[in-house]
Design a protein around this ligand. Structure first.
Ligand SMILES: *[C@@H]1O[C@H](CO)[C@@H](O)[C@H](O)[C@H]1NC(C)=O
Ligand SMILES: *[C@@H]1O[C@H](CO)[C@@H](O)[C@H](O)[C@H]1NC(C)=O
Length: 829
């Protein structure tokens, strides 16, 4: 077993497998921030060696700070050392036990021996401290020691220290090289010294029973400034640790505050599983490769955020295993523990074998595997001798040329991602899509999706050579598109033929909002040439104008030409009224970035309300306007349910039937249905709800912004609808808040299509993404539009129409700009 030369052997009673860590500090100037800012000079760049038959992995972390440029520099290296033939005992978890101390002593002596072999290291080493032990993950009778070694040296000797460290010969058989980086709160030497001497900021957690860890102060207060806190998690032998974040809200910039998770007990960069900050949107479930995990939270002096709550548990090591023989005609497979992030150091092989005379096709449904690097150096999937990595596949469909197919998946020791799910199916090469439509890329889709105006194949091959249906227009290039995309300023055909003949203005002309045409040369010339200010509405400077239907009115009563100036982050009115009342549309601790997928993230739509009829459950959606008032649709309150007392509002809700710590329920004090609501035409389909007591606004309950009467939501603009959908009778499915992306339809076109059921107090929008299941909008829920600053406004209230049940029928919404003064009059908002 001995891969080292004997001078590194320490004790005759034990075998020491030592892999040294060889690092190199990268040039600290790259990491130095502007003077006056705190300095972050943690740099780690390690080489990782795994020697055959050795049980260890080691990483190193370099810390250094400049006392003064010409003086001395301190560096701390963090590493681990595997010790064979040494069974792990419980006392090793307790740094005050005598067994811990005696083994730590031995490790220290071993380190001294290693350093004494090199004159530079010998001269500058100040000492080493053992931080922790864990069980070795390969050899059951082994222990891994985690240590820090401190060096102090003149600044000009830094290079020779690096060299010295590099000159340490690795044991034979060095296999892998990795780089890593760690930045810690560098308040300065003292904090860090206390880390190495006492580990007072480390919390030991035994994961035998499930439990949770919270950032300090969570959920009542923000985390403290300038701290570095570690949680060392250990599970029983033969288990992995699983950590699921329930909340994670840190400062947006990872240079300031961050959380790091390691697949070890020490912050060894080559074993970094992930670094997170801000309000992450990916999967936040992490699994270790062995039975240890380190969580580290580092914060700076400035702004503090809510922090995190994470649940830990131990799972049998087998649960992370994957691969196998697949012999059914069709099936699915996925990366280990999907949809959690896969564990590091996974390797799986799936052998698909289907009956003779059939071929196999594999379709990746979700794919996020490592970084997209040429040759896929980190993590990858291998199929048909082709390595796949990254999160965007050029093609998602792969076919075999025989009845067998092998797929492999490999993850390296660091930086995990969510992984993939795939479906496979056997097919007869001469008839690959029985009963279905065959795309050029060999995908099979429902025949109903053929020629429906949506690109279901992914390569448009289902939309060529079609005969257009009644609700479709024929593009010049032969494609058929639903008519409601006509004249919305977006080229859906691909040859712009859906946008031809829409505006009567000629090429060199600008089309004013009031319908006039003016020469484009007159744009932004500081003169109101349109007569409604629209030629001056997107210019650097706004004009003071006579008020009209198209100009924003400041509180002073004066009007400006700028389009949608409210809450755009710039002061436009001299009285500041365009930027007043902007505590809406972006919850306090995050940007309102919206990401893909259909299931929303908890807290992504904090204005979404679920209205329940007592005893009947979820019935309608609504939006929060302030701490007292909600906005919804009038048709939610037919005569038999018109009493406020019959209803209950659920706020901060994510999953129907599962209230959490943020969920608040309120009785209604009153429901104000629009006095002109017409239950046949659904004209004026709007209602206001006053709650029986005030809400406390927070990250999970927050108002959406109301647009001024002149706010423009143009045709072609993208928007989101959200909701739990209509409750299915006896349906047992879990109802998680869903979202779907829609696009605002040109009103003239919509009025035509819906045969004059649509009037100016209504707004139409059509579902953008394909898939019948994609869409869940609730009556009364918001049609939400994001302004360029990421602030979300309510453009409409879900009213009627096929909504998204049918892809070729638009949904109709109550146009909120038409009711702005009605809302103000009744609520004061
Ligand atoms: C195709 O049609 C079947 C049966 O009508 C349905 O269950 C399935 O969801 C459809 N698939 C898609 C992608 O629409
Ligand atoms: C809407 O469509 C009509 C023609 O149907 C067109 O005249 C008008 O300019 C379009 N409006 C917008 C905002 O594109």
């Amino acid at each position: 077993m001995d891969a080292l030369d004997s001078r590194q052997k320490f004790s005759p009673t034990q075998d020491w497998d030592v892999t040294e860590q060889f690092l190199q500090a990268s040039d600290p100037r790259h990491l130095e921030k502007k003077p006056g800012q705190r300095r972050r000079l943690w740099v780690g760049l390690g080489l990782l060696f795994t020697a055959a038959a050795l049980t260890l992995l080691t990483g190193l972390l370099v810390w250094h700070f400049h006392l003064r440029s010409d003086v001395r520099v301190n560096r701390i290296y963090i590493g681990s050392m595997g010790i064979s033939n040494k069974p792990f005992v419980a006392e090793y978890e307790d740094p005050s036990s005598s067994l811990f101390r005696s083994l730590a002593d031995l490790v220290n002596k071993q380190l001294k021996l290693i350093y004494s072999e090199n004159s530079v290291l010998a001269r500058y080493v100040k000492g080493s401290t053992v931080q922790a032990f864990s069980e070795g993950d390969v050899d059951p009778d082994s222990v891994v020691a985690y240590y820090e070694s401190e060096f102090e040296l003149p600044a000009h000797q830094e290079a020779s220290l690096n060299e010295a460290i590099q000159s340490l010969e690795p044991p034979a058989g060095s296999l892998q090289v990795q780089r890593g980086r760690l930045m810690l709160n560098p308040t300065n030497a003292l904090t860090v010294r206390s880390v190495s001497s006492g580990e007072r900021n480390s919390i030991e957690v035994h994961v035998r029973k499930s439990g949770r860890i919270d950032s300090p102060g969570f959920p009542d207060t923000s985390y403290p400034p300038s701290m570095s806190q570690k949680w060392r998690l250990r599970a029983d032998r033969g288990h992995r640790i699983r950590l699921d974040f329930h909340t994670l809200i840190l400062e947006d910039d990872c240079q300031n505050d961050f959380i790091k998770i390691y697949d070890s007990l020490a912050p060894i960069e080559p074993q970094l599983l992930t670094e997170q900050c801000g309000y992450p949107h990916g999967s936040l479930s992490f699994v270790s490769s062995g039975n240890v995990m380190l969580v580290m939270l580092v914060t700076n002096k400035e702004k503090n955020f809510p922090g995190f709550r994470a649940f830990y548990s131990q799972i049998p090591a087998d649960d992370g295993e994957c691969g196998g023989k697949l012999i059914e005609e069709r099936g699915t497979f996925s990366s280990p523990l999907f949809p959690a992030n896969y564990p590091p150091k996974s390797f799986c092989t799936w052998d698909i074998q289907v009956p003779k005379e059939r071929f196999v096709k594999v379709l990746f449904k979700k794919f996020a595997v490592g970084k997209d690097t040429p040759g896929c150096l980190d993590d990858y999937v291998e199929i048909n001798n082709q390595k796949l990595c990254g999160s965007e596949l050029k093609t998602t469909m792969f076919t075999s040329q025989s009845n067998k197919m092998t797929i492999q998946f490999k993850s390296d020791p660091s930086h995990v991602s969510q992984g993939f799910t795939a479906e496979y199916e056997a097919f007869i090469p001469t008839n690959p899509c029985p009963g279905k439509f065959r795309c050029s890329n060999n995908m099979c889709i429902n025949t109903t999706q053929h020629c429906d105006g949506f690109n279901d194949c992914g390569d448009n091959s289902d939309e060529f050579s079609c005969k257009c249906e009644a609700m479709q227009m024929e593009c010049k290039n032969g494609l058929c598109k639903t008519k409601f995309w006509r004249c919305d300023g977006i080229d859906d055909c691909g040859d712009n033929s859906d946008e031809e003949g829409c505006v009567k203005c000629t090429d060199g002309e600008f089309s004013c909002r009031n319908g006039r045409c003016i020469s484009k040369k007159l744009l932004c010339n500081n003169k109101d040439d349109c007569g409604d200010g629209s030629d001056e509405s997107r210019c650097e400077k706004s004009l003071w104008l006579q008020c009209s239907d198209f100009t924003f009115r400041c509180r002073s009563g004066r009007c400006i030409s700028k389009l949608n100036p409210e809450c755009d982050g710039e002061l436009d009115c001299e009285d500041g009224s365009d930027e007043a009342d902007c505590q809406c549309g972006i919850p306090p601790f995050r940007s309102s970035r919206i990401i893909g997928g259909q299931v929303s993230r908890e807290g992504e739509w904090p204005w979404q309300v679920s209205l329940h009829i007592t005893g009947k459950g979820h019935t309608c959606g609504a939006s929060v306007l302030n701490n007292r008032w909600l906005l919804t649709a009038a048709h939610c309150f037919p005569d038999e349910f018109a009493q406020a007392s019959q209803w209950e509002a659920f706020l901060g809700l994510h999953v129907q039937g599962q209230t959490n710590e943020w969920t608040v329920t309120r009785k209604l004090k009153q429901v104000i249905v629009h006095e002109k609501f017409d239950h046949i035409s659904f004209d004026n389909d709007i209602a206001l709800i006053e709650l029986d007591s005030n809400l406390i606004l927070n990250q999970y309950i927050w108002p959406i912004c109301l647009p001024s009467p002149t706010y423009d939501f143009p045709a072609g603009q993208e928007a989101w609808i959200t909701g739990w959908g209509a409750t299915v009778e006896g349906g047992a499915s879990v109802k998680i808040l869903q979202k779907a992306q829609v696009r605002i339809i040109n009103s003239t076109v919509c009025k035509d299509l819906l045969e004059n059921w649509v009037n100016d107090r209504m707004l139409c929008a059509g579902i953008l993404t394909g898939g019948v299941d994609a869409c869940q909008g609730d009556s009364g829920g918001p049609l939400a539009v994001t302004n360029p600053r990421g602030r979300i406004f309510v453009a409409g209230v879900v009213s009627w129409g096929e909504g998204c049940a049918l892809r070729d029928k638009p949904g109709v919404y109550t146009r909120i700009t038409e009711f702005r003064s009605w809302i103000k009059e009744h609520t004061g908002v």
